[in-house]
Design a protein around this ligand. Structure first.
Ligand SMILES: [Zn+2]
Ligand SMILES: [Zn+2]
Length: 255
């Protein structure tokens, strides 16, 4: 009788162990799909960037080269340029203009989540589909964009920095804004979208870095992707593209 009870215990423990290992392996399989192997981005990168961006692949990395000049109108091109338009009423141009640059961003073909998240800093944190760099919510001195800086933005949510380096801080009238358009890729290889998901809703489960995992118009396999902020920045017409940390490990961006 006593022996029988012990056998029941042994069997119960064995079942528990089998049950646990099954759950564990299921969890590992999911993790592998989204964070260990990563969703391949090469074909989306090749098909979505404009002809202003030269793309090459080497092993597990993709390099995107551009001259950083926008393909839309902006007052920063200066009077006389084919893509010049007057600055918005109430805004003031900064002293910069648009210079031809020599950018190269290298990103992984299969971006994965980093175990330690690195905070984005001043300077290029990604590249929009037209080859113009994406910056975060910081300006010179690594301080948040303030009302004065906001007043220098053109309709694209952009302005030139030192060295006539034109760059986007915000959504604007030429990329995605109140929609689900792909805007570009950040230096960790993850895509960044405008304020909506492709079902037309505003995402409600973004993490601290402005991203979440899901399918998009460009990725039928769920992939981590960022969204532009859905809060009008300082009550302006602009929405910050990206603040906080990278989800993955950042690649190089040389200029
Ligand atoms: Zn700036
Ligand atoms: Zn989304």
């Amino acid at each position: 009788m006593r022996n029988n009870k012990n056998w029941v215990k042994v069997i119960a423990i064995a079942l528990t162990i089998v049950g646990c290992s099954k759950n564990d392996s299921d969890t590992n399989t999911d993790t592998t799909t989204t964070t260990t192997t990563g969703v391949p981005i090469t074909s989306a990168v090749q098909s979505k960037y404009t002809s202003a961006v030269t793309i090459s692949t080497s092993g597990s990395s993709i390099t995107l080269k551009s001259n950083g000049t926008p393909d839309h109108v902006t007052p920063y091109y200066g009077v006389g340029h084919a893509l010049y338009e007057a600055q918005m009423v109430g805004s003031t141009l900064n002293p910069g203009t648009i210079g031809v640059q020599n950018y190269a961003m290298t990103i992984p073909t299969n971006p994965v989540e980093a175990s330690t998240k690195e905070v984005t800093t001043l300077g290029p944190i990604g590249m929009a589909l037209n080859g113009v760099p994406i910056y975060n919510d910081r300006e010179g001195g690594n301080v948040p964009v303030d009302a004065g800086v906001l007043g220098s933005f053109d309709r694209a949510g952009a302005h030139p920095g030192p060295g006539n380096t034109y760059h986007y801080h915000c959504t604007g009238d030429f990329m995605g804004n109140d929609d689900a358009k792909l805007i570009g890729f950040l230096r960790d290889g993850f895509p960044i979208y405008a304020r909506k998901d492709m079902d037309g809703s505003y995402p409600s489960n973004l993490d601290a870095n402005g991203g979440h995992i899901g399918i998009t118009a460009d990725f039928s396999t769920a992939i981590y992707h960022y969204h532009a902020s859905n809060t009008a920045y300082l009550g302006s017409r602009f929405y910050i593209l990206k603040s906080g940390s990278y989800n993955g490990t950042k690649g190089t961006f040389t200029q």
